[in-house]
Design a protein around this ligand. Structure first.
Ligand code: PBG
Length: 321
């Protein structure tokens, strides 16, 4: 036998040399939940995650930053009494998210702060868009999303990230930001966001599940590939700075194809259900958490993701150190 592939696997040193993909803390965006309270409260459906006070959020983000994680994305749990059918709280300059952005940027000016642009945490209906007679209104929603994005930019966000899947929102937000002089604020578009059962724990964490119906008229059908490419192309033309695929683990084929279709950086979101499956299987002693986490993230990177949103960001950054 002339050719023995195992020679390239014979020692840790050689395996290091020939490794094709690497993972580093610098790849991660760390999703964090914040609420309007002084307490940091454990989230039952997402063991290891908390609804942070603003002070707790700043501390947690700072610890991750000191371990090499360059960015966080914040998700607010909004009090029930502030939720309305028009979701006005989402552009309140004194609201929870603007206060959280200011606190983060004051403590860690070089930390990249990203915010989620969508109405679900603020909407009495629990949908990402405005609901009228059971229908999700596209253009009316986009107007509100623009106000939300501008409000976050004014508070100091580095990146706004529309996760709502309305048509035309990237261009509208770009024009809104540019019109107000925020040319430097980036847009990371959730371009291929699928209607996924893997978001369940997240909706529990924020009490943001839709009150009626589902999200299938705006989030994508998980049977589709070419539609994802179409959404990515549109977001690119509309001025997105990065595109995202979500969820990640069950959508590695989409990540790979999106990577080939665009020259923009590609982000992928390892979502709450992916997190919870690993957490619960390892808590039961059925898999080794550290090993499965690394393998799941390496797979997402290998598929083509340049950036990974993961609830494991801080843990993994600690281990990579
Ligand atoms: C809502 C939003 C969702 C997530 C991020 N932004 C939930 C949804 O679309 O219902 C899910 C994240 C996760 O599951 O970790 N705009």
């Amino acid at each position: 036998m002339l050719i023995r592939p195992r020679r390239n696997r014979k020692s840790a040193a050689i395996r290091d040399l020939v490794r094709e993909t690497t993972l580093s803390a610098g790849d991660f965006i760390y999703p964090l939940f914040v609420h309007d309270s002084d307490e940091n409260v454990d989230i039952a459906a997402m063991p290891g995650c908390k609804r942070w006070s603003i002070e707790g959020l700043v501390k947690e983000a700072g610890e991750a930053y000191d371990l090499g994680v360059p960015a966080v994305v914040i998700f607010p749990a909004i009090k029930e009494e502030l939720k309305t059918s028009q979701a006005e709280e989402c552009f309140n300059p004194d609201g929870l998210v603007p206060r959280a952005i200011k606190a983060l940027k004051a403590a860690y000016p070089d930390l990249c702060v990203m915010t989620d642009i969508a109405l679900d945490p603020y909407n009495a209906d629990g949908h990402d868009g405005i609901v009228q007679d059971g229908e999700i209104l596209n253009d009316e929603t986009v107007e509100v999303l623009c106000k939300q994005a501008l409000c976050h930019a004014e508070a100091g966000a580095d990146i706004v990230s529309p996760s709502d899947m309305m048509d035309g929102r990237v261009q509208a937000i770009r024009e809104e930001l540019d019109g107000a002089g925020y040319h430097g604020v980036s847009i990371v578009a959730y371009s291929a966001k699928y209607a996924s059962a893997y978001y369940g724990p997240f909706r529990g964490a924020l009490d943001s599940a839709p009150k009626a119906g589902d999200k299938k008229t705006y989030q994508m059908d998980y049977a589709n590939v070419r539609e994802a490419i179409r959404e990515v192309m549109l977001d690119e033309e509309e001025g997105a700075d990065m595109v995202m695929v979500k969820p990640a683990g069950a959508y590695l084929d989409i990540i790979a194809k999106v990577k080939e279709a665009t020259t923009l950086p590609v982000a992928a979101y390892q979502v709450s259900g992916e997190y919870l499956m690993i957490k619960s299987a390892s808590a039961a002693g059925w898999v080794n958490e550290d090993a499965v986490v690394m393998e799941s993230l390496m797979a997402i990177k290998r598929a083509g993701a340049d950036v990974i949103l993961t609830y494991f960001a801080k843990d993994v950054a600690k281990r990579l150190k």
